[in-house]
Design a protein around this ligand. Structure first.
Ligand SMILES: [Zn+2]
Ligand SMILES: [Zn+2]
Length: 348
């Protein structure tokens, strides 16, 4: 059995404000799947690891390759695998255990043993994909057409999150939909809701820049939640929307979602606020609203790859900047500035 070794560079997070491009090596056998990374997207957790040395409860305890949104080409496929060397693949960063009670029920997103790539939840940490090469499992690789740009397929993971949120809402065919928060996940949720048959999708965001991206992503309209006329129109008479996706996690937004939703409507919470928020319980009860959380994704990854491949979702309006991986620090700083950035991509 021939063992090979690759040396390459990776974007390593050492702790707060300490990200370095460093040499790494990978030893692999003919049974391993190795991907040559082409493009990745910076997500909120990567930014938290950079500025705080942690993302929520996950603290950086040793240097870790960051990045969980990435695509590349097969460098080596296991013997007998349908994957071909050179083939373009989107890599699903989820690695559920597949034998706990939740996995066996098909709820892999709830797996307590989930080894999500680019996460410091466990020690040793699970390395991510911001590296020239990465070893993954065959099952994580979703081939996509050669004609589709890596910068488009780099959205496979956040698009999976958006499609999962739409699935959580139930059928939205013919429904009126509000998406609060038009950052990358909110904007992708608008496109996913349109693709899933929503009659009308409206975006709410404080930022003019994000509202115009929302329109480019297929929203039928947008408004500033501080605008009295719009809020009067959408919040009066016990609400206007059948389904509201709350993608900001902010207290005011969580509250306004309740007023914007019609009786018997559904609120899907995608935004995870930093601090606990309060709900107007009396209104929720009186309108018999359903409130559902949406966390990560399950088999929506394959759907996301298909929708991006076919152009059903076109994420290009969300791309704010692209950096070579050697500029990872500048890329993280740029991505953290919400006045100018939606999704920042890193190329390898
Ligand atoms: Zn992400
Ligand atoms: Zn499991």
């Amino acid at each position: 059995m021939e063992i090979k070794t690759l040396t390459f560079e990776a974007c390593m997070m050492h702790g707060q404000k300490a990200v370095k491009v460093e040499p790494q090596s990978l030893t692999y056998s003919p049974q391993d799947t190795v991907v040559k990374v082409e493009c990745g997207g910076i997500c909120g957790s990567d930014i938290h690891y950079y500025y705080e040395g942690r993302a929520g409860l996950s603290v950086i305890k040793h240097p870790m390759t960051i990045g969980h949104e990435f695509v590349g080409r097969i460098h080596q496929a296991p013997e007998g695998s349908p994957l071909k060397v050179g083939q373009k693949v989107a890599v699903n960063p989820s690695q559920p255990c597949n034998h706990c009670a939740f996995c066996l029920e098909g709820k892999q997103n709830e797996c307590p043993n989930m080894r999500f790539m680019g996460s410091a939840q466990f020690n040793p940490h699970v390395g991510g994909g911001f590296a020239q090469y990465v070893s993954v499992s065959q099952a994580q690789c979703h081939p996509y057409d050669e004609s589709v740009a890596a910068r488009i397929m780099a959205f496979a993971e956040p698009t999976s999150v958006a499609i999962h949120a739409v699935n959580v809402a139930g059928s939205i065919v013919g429904k009126r939909v509000l998406v609060i928060g038009a950052g990358p996940i909110g904007a992708l949720t608008m496109s996913a809701a349109k693709a899933a048959g929503a009659a009308e999708v409206i975006a709410s965001d404080l930022s003019e820049r994000c509202r115009s991206i929302a329109l480019e992503m297929g929203a039928d309209g947008s408004f500033d939640p501080r605008d009295a006329e719009s809020t009067e129109r959408y919040y009066r008479d016990r609400g206007y929307f059948d389904v509201v996706f709350e993608a900001s996690g902010a207290q005011a937004a969580v509250e306004s979602a309740v007023f914007a939703t019609r009786p018997n409507g559904v609120i899907v919470q995608i935004g995870m606020g930093a601090s606990p928020v309060q709900f107007p319980v009396a209104q929720m009860l009186a309108k018999e609203l359903s409130w559902k959380g949406s966390f990560r994704f399950i088999n929506e990854f394959a759907t996301a790859v298909a929708w991006l491949e076919k152009g059903i979702i076109d994420p290009r309006p969300i791309i704010s900047a692209e950096y070579d991986y050697h500029q990872i620090e500048e890329a993280l700083i740029k991505a953290s500035d919400k006045n100018v950035s939606s999704k920042v991509l890193v190329t390898f």
